[in-house]
Design a protein. Structure first.
Ligand code: 5CA
Ligand code: ZN
Length: 409
């Protein structure tokens, strides 16, 4: 699948600090040491509705990870999937009397446009679940051959007990895992499973649903977790730096994915850090396609909201916090954008060298974007009150906002 065009990332003088980031697996900071090519996998959308602010907030967090790495003069190898066949997508297509492939293509195209408008850097490999099926099938066969997977009435399940590290990503107790499994696509109540938590690897063909040749597995379609594992292992390999997504993916998705990969390769860990963004709410409830309480990025753009203001609204919240989208959040971002643009439009200003370092430090410190915004606010306030004589400063601030925050001034 093609991704979207990359916006240019201006080079800044000097070099950024190494990223320290909170990993759900350790419950604390991890100082990443990626080497010259940093590797990141970020779970992509299930394209049955348009990109909402919650999605955008999560992708914003991982865009910052890449910007910090690029500023340390590393290359970034970024992979993202599109879950272009799954229950919710098929259900929506049936509800709306639409062909499921058309629905997926349309919403994926809109996602690309939104990501481009928000200046999110594109993945190097953007891979759909459907196109990954030929990679997924042999992995499921291998899991079954080594006794880590079993058949149940034409479906194939992964046995969580086959991974000695199972549970180390999300660190939840059994009861919490059961509840979340039921809530998030699992089927803990299904009779015949070895462990209620065991997730589906391959779903045997159902009447009226799309299916593919699964070799010895029979016709069917892939389970959700193995999709991301197949794509990540093919394009990144084991032990990559960051596995990213929203906090609702920690369990079961990232827990199960890590277990699949660890059993398949005999290596540990799947990722050095499991990084999870907080949930954005609207009217007191998590924004979600299934609930329908959504603010779409495309709708805001249509209404004439500057994408840079949307981006600033996202950046004003720490990526790990849960927060609420309101008109006021957007209004404050629009005002901030106005102040910043006025400040960089002057021919000279207060020196900005220290500001660039502050922004770098803030982002390297577990992506503290709100602190980075406050640093730019202080420079803009100084520009407004006292001005300055540094002719390079407004240009440097503008380039830093673009390179480090993805905000075009
Ligand atoms: N296709 C799978 C991942 S393989 C999936 O979860 N798709 S999704 O469309 O439901 O979500 C895409 C990303 O947005 C996920 O990382 C998810 O955690 C995140 N996300 C969904 N809703 C919100 C929200 N309200 N706030 C923040 N992030 C969200
Ligand atoms: Zn995923």
């Amino acid at each position: 699948m093609h991704a979207w065009p990359a916006s240019e990332v201006p080079a800044l003088p000097g070099k950024g600090a190494d990223l320290q980031i909170h990993s759900t697996a350790t419950g604390g900071r991890v100082t990443l040491d990626p080497g010259p090519v940093a590797r990141i996998y970020v779970c992509g959308i299930t394209p049955y509705d348009a990109t909402h602010i919650g999605h955008a907030a999560t992708y914003n967090a991982f865009d910052l990870v890449q910007r910090v790495w690029l500023d340390t003069k590393r290359q970034v190898h970024y992979v993202q999937n599109v879950t272009d066949v799954d229950d919710p997508l098929l259900e929506r297509a049936v509800r709306d009397g639409e062909d499921w492939t058309e629905l997926a293509e349309r919403e994926t195209a809109l996602f690309r446009e939104d990501m481009t408008a928000l200046r999110m850097l594109p993945p190097k490999h953007y891979i759909g679940a459907v196109e990954a099926i030929p990679r997924i099938v042999p992995l499921v066969e291998r899991l079954r051959d080594c006794g880590a997977a079993y058949d149940l009435d034409g479906d194939v399940y992964f046995s969580v007990e086959s991974d000695t590290h199972f549970g180390e990503v999300s660190n939840l107790d059994g009861e919490a895992m059961r509840l979340l499994s039921a809530e998030r696509g699992g089927d803990p109540e299904r009779p015949g499973k070895k462990n209620p938590l065991d997730p589906m690897l391959w779903l045997g063909a159902r009447e009226g649903e799309p299916s593919w040749d699964g070799g010895s597995l029979g016709r069917g379609r892939p389970g959700w977790h193995i999709e991301c594992v197949a794509i990540a292992l093919e394009h990144l390999g084991m032990g990559f730096d960051v596995q990213g997504g929203g906090s609702d993916l920690a369990f079961p998705h990232h827990e199960m994915g890590a277990s699949h990969a660890q059993v398949l390769t005999g290596e540990h860990p799947f990722a050095q850090a499991y990084v999870h963004a907080g949930m954005v709410a609207l009217d007191g409830e998590k924004m979600s396609k299934s609930k329908g309480n959504l603010v779409f990025v495309s709708k805001l753009r249509q209404d004439g909201v500057d994408p840079a203001a949307i981006r600033l609204a996202l950046l004003a919240h720490h990526y790990r916090s849960d927060w609420e989208w309101t008109d006021q959040v957007l209004q404050e971002a629009v005002e901030r954008l106005g102040r910043w643009r006025a400040a960089v439009s002057r021919p000279d200003g207060p020196s900005a060298d220290a500001l660039v370092e502050e922004v770098r430090q803030a982002l390297a410190d577990d992506l503290d974007a709100p602190a980075a915004l406050r640093a730019v606010d202080r420079w803009a306030a100084l520009q407004e009150s006292d001005g300055g004589t540094d002719e390079g400063a407004p240009g440097l601030v503008s380039r830093a906002a673009d390179a480090l925050l993805g905000v075009a001034l």
